[in-house]
Design a protein around this ligand. Structure first.
Ligand code: ATP
Ligand code: MG
Length: 423
């Protein structure tokens, strides 16, 4: 026998028993996005490499070591499996003129790819829902995004999520802070680890984001970006905080929250959980007013976030959130040639009437078919033997609820109406 071929490490199959959770998540998310007036955009999984080098930032973990980059073997183009969705979304908006004299509220979902060390909640192919708003400069849209997420946790039935908030200021403020920070880090270069030394000049803010215990004290006392914010940045941040207070959303200010992508400015936020170990962040985002221009568009304010679906599904599981079962209404049990032909036709009629129907296939005794009917979770078994086929009737048996076990003979031509009323 040939050797079996395995899936790729860190890229998961989502098996049917997990399907109910994913479908529940998708359904809740679609209603939620519609409630806020966001429209879906779908962009390709493969994009040109420079989009992310320019868009995410050359000195980010994603671009330095996590991208699945390859050369198109047919024409030599440099391509990547998208590691995130914002850059592609912005590219599409610019390319199709979606940002000229108009605002956009957009969302997308799909797989993202990062070459990370796989562990619980961290995979090489994972899924995100991303939400982006273009053309808004006020803190009201920043607040809307955070409020939306609080609302989503409520809709999903998730509890205990924490919000962390920071302001990164605008480019000149960041530049002034960066200079002060580099000078400070240079004074402590002897204690920096390899990551710290590597990032000192390329991405000094990220040095403060270190998890190395030996660097915590140094990071605590580093120059704070908050002290470099100008009037406009501060007013924006105060505006956001006032709206969050008004909405009754608690948060923790974290002046070391910087995010792994280079394009953020002003507001940044993360929603975290203490239930998933080190993979604590379930949604993260912020403002990125410079990105559209950086990718070749006319300057355009922007704010957005992305959430990790796998981590949220794990959380739904950990918190034991009950999923509505996607069970059929009817399991059609049949035996005998005429009965099976009748059952085939009836299944079509019932589906046309809006019912969810599993038509038994593969033969077997009534007893074994009933077992499958029970296991399917169907509300009713509809049974047809040759006798019923000849009489133009079926036997309807309730499988669930208080009246489980009750049976009734029903005319075939009255079945859809009967079940529709009873379901
Ligand atoms: P982390 O700090 O956990 O690596 P990140 O800052 O790289 O996250 P973002 O790029 O902001 O994450 O992506 C948004 C969300 O996507 C994260 O908060 C997380 O929920 C999810 N996510 C990111 N990388 C992965 C991954 N490799 N596997 C599963 N989910 C992920
Ligand atoms: Mg990461």
């Amino acid at each position: 026998m040939a050797q079996t071929i395995q899936g790729i490490r860190g890229m998961n199959d989502i098996l049917p028993q997990e399907g109910a959770r994913w479908q529940y998540f998708d359904a809740v998310v679609r209603d939620w996005l519609a409630a806020y007036g966001y429209n879906q955009i779908r962009t390709p999984i493969v994009e040109a490499t420079p989009l992310f080098v320019r868009g995410v930032g050359e000195h980010t973990d994603i671009v330095e070591k996590e991208m699945y980059a390859f050369e198109d073997s047919l024409n030599g183009e440099q391509l990547v499996l998208r590691p995130e969705g914002t850059a592609g979304c912005v590219r599409a908006c610019i390319q199709h003129g979606l940002l000229y004299n108009q605002t956009q509220r957009l969302w997308y979902t799909g797989p993202m790819f990062r070459h990370e060390r796989p562990q619980k909640g961290r995979y090489r192919q994972f899924h995100q829902v991303g939400v982006e708003a273009f053309g808004f400069d006020g803190p009201d849209v920043d607040a809307e995004m955070i409020v939306m997420l609080a609302d989503l946790w409520r809709r999903l039935g998730l509890t205990g999520l924490q919000l962390e908030l920071n302001s990164l200021g605008d480019a000149p403020e960041r530049a002034a802070h960066r200079e002060a920070l580099i000078a400070y880090l240079e004074r402590h270069v002897d204690i920096l680890d390899d990551d710290g030394k590597r990032r000192l000049y390329t991405n000094p803010l990220r040095v403060l984001d270190t998890k190395n215990p030996a660097l915590q004290e140094m990071a605590e006392h580093a120059p704070k970006l908050a002290d470099f914010l100008g009037e406009a940045s501060r007013a924006h941040f105060d505006g956001l905080r006032a709206l969050l207070d008004q909405a009754g959303i608690g948060y923790k200010l974290n002046d070391r929250l910087v995010r792994g992508l280079d394009y953020y400015n002003r507001s940044v936020f993360e929603w975290t959980t203490d239930k998933l170990g080190a993979q604590a962040t379930v949604a993260a985002g912020g403002r990125y007013d410079g990105l559209v221009e950086q990718l070749g568009g006319k300057p355009c304010n922007a704010v957005g976030f992305a959430m990790g679906i796998e981590r949220l599904i794990l959380l739904l599981e950990t918190q034991g959130v009950e999923m509505p079962r996607a069970a059929p209404d009817v399991y059609l049990v049949h035996s005998g040639e005429a009965a099976s032909r009748t059952a085939f036709g009836l299944a079509g009629e019932l589906r046309a009437a809006g019912l969810k129907v599993v038509l038994h296939a593969g033969g077997g005794s009534f007893k074994s078919q009933f077992k499958k009917a029970d296991a399917s979770g169907a509300s009713f078994a509809v049974v047809i033997g040759d006798e019923e086929a000849a009489a133009g009737t079926v036997n309807v048996k309730r499988l669930t609820g208080a009246a489980a076990g009750e049976q009734q003979v029903v005319a075939q031509n009255a079945l859809a109406a009967h079940l529709g009323a009873a379901a």
